[in-house]
Design a protein around this ligand. Structure first.
Ligand SMILES: [Fe+2]
Length: 388
């Protein structure tokens, strides 16, 4: 097979390991910055208190902003970036889930920019690198700590939109699985399914590439084998580490390959009904896998083999279509085991909303173009309707 050219852009430094938040302190002290704007969320504050204290003791001025909404809007972001300007930040750290990290990335990019975030939705519109910034994920996860993507809800049309730019890649990412120990079971389930979706959508992507296939397949194995354990026993260090690594692998696929129809169809559920990102992906994932499998059965058979390797191993079946279906069945079982609802009615979304959601999903062409099978507006309606 002739390989296409691909560019891999990643943080200059990626630190992984339980307790590695301490490395951030040591690294930051050497950088010479003095005014650090920290974005986080209230449940995380107790976990990072010693880190902030160590930085303050080293002479760093710190402003903490911890009021980021679950699905931040453009207006929310504009208010936060103004706070960073008033503080005169010279560096930014995001410690949190995907929304916190996305906002941190955007704050670093726009704090001293003459551009507006509202003008930069899409790929490649940010003109210049902003402040030095680091990302520490506290869920496993969105993979945002290593991706060039940030998502905001545009309240002008109630659509969740992406800003994608090499300037949104963190200077450093510290993936400390210990930060995920206190994540509640439901959030562990939702975010774990999001990470699994990143890996599956990268491996079955129209632009899939051997340079990241290896991350995607290994990520699928790690998450499939450990998600249920982490949901049921949040303090299980081994499961939390495996999930954090699987999430990192999924994140490393996002820049060069990115996601596809699951994410595109998921955004209207978040934009209009404020369904958490991971949960909406989790509900859509098996239906989209079923829809896509006929377009690339071999790839979906390989996904199934990776999923199944965590349990009984391969079924011995050599028929790609049947194997692909076993992968879909595995996702149904896993979703049920970790408490993901099956129907859109379970999320309070009326079937009368389907036409509008399908129309909105069609706007997400930056991801739909990656899908191995073309998705028409009618296909989107059929997929949503299959979830009632
Ligand atoms: Fe995602």
């Amino acid at each position: 097979m002739i390989m296409k050219q691909i560019t891999l852009l990643q943080p200059q430094k990626i630190v992984f390991g339980t307790g590695c938040i301490q490395t951030l302190v040591e690294d930051y002290k050497k950088l010479g910055y003095q005014r650090l704007f920290v974005l986080t969320a209230p449940p995380i504050l107790p976990l990072i208190e010693p880190t902030l204290a160590a930085l303050k003791a080293a002479g760093t001025n710190i402003e903490v902003f911890d009021q980021i909404m679950a699905e931040p809007t453009l207006n929310d972001f504009n208010a936060i970036v103004e706070k960073a300007r008033q503080f005169d930040a010279d560096s930014v750290v995001g410690i949190g889930g995907g929304s916190v990290l996305d906002v941190a990335k955007l704050v670093a990019a726009f704090v001293h920019s003459d551009q507006q975030a509202a003008d930069c939705f899409g790929i490649g519109f940010i003109k210049a690198k902003g402040l030095w910034f680091a990302c520490l994920p506290t869920t496993a996860g969105t993979g945002s700590e290593v991706s060039p993507n940030a998502i905001l809800l545009d309240e002008r049309d109630h659509l969740k939109k992406g800003i994608v730019s090499p300037y949104l890649i963190a200077d450093a990412a510290y993936v400390d699985p210990k930060l995920t120990w206190t994540v509640p079971a439901k959030v562990t389930a939702d975010t774990g399914m999001d990470a699994l979706t990143h890996c599956i959508e990268a491996y079955t992507n129209k632009f899939a590439h051997p340079t990241v296939d290896i991350y995607a397949l290994k990520g699928i194995q790690l998450i499939a084998a450990n998600l249920e354990t982490a949901v049921k026993d949040g303090k299980n260090q081994e499961a939390r580490e495996a999930l954090a690594l699987g999430s990192l692998y999924g994140g490393l696929c996002l820049g060069p390959v990115n996601t596809a129809a699951v994410h595109a169809l998921s955004y209207p559920l978040g934009g209009e009904f404020h369904i958490p990102h991971g949960l909406s992906n989790a509900i859509l994932l098996p239906s989209v896998m079923k829809f896509n499998a006929e377009a690339c059965p071999k790839r979906y058979a390989e996904v199934a083999a990776a999923l199944l390797s965590s349990t009984s191993g391969s079924s011995g079946d050599t028929n790609d279509i049947r194997l692909a279906q076993q992968g879909v069945d595995f996702i149904y079982r896993l979703a049920e085991a970790v408490g993901i609802p099956k129907k859109l009615t379970d999320l309070g979304i009326p079937q009368s909303a389907v036409d509008g959601m399908a129309k909105a999903a069609m706007e997400v062409q930056r991801l739909l173009k990656n899908n191995p099978r073309e998705v028409t507006e009618q296909d989107a309606k059929d997929i949503y309707n299959s979830l009632y």
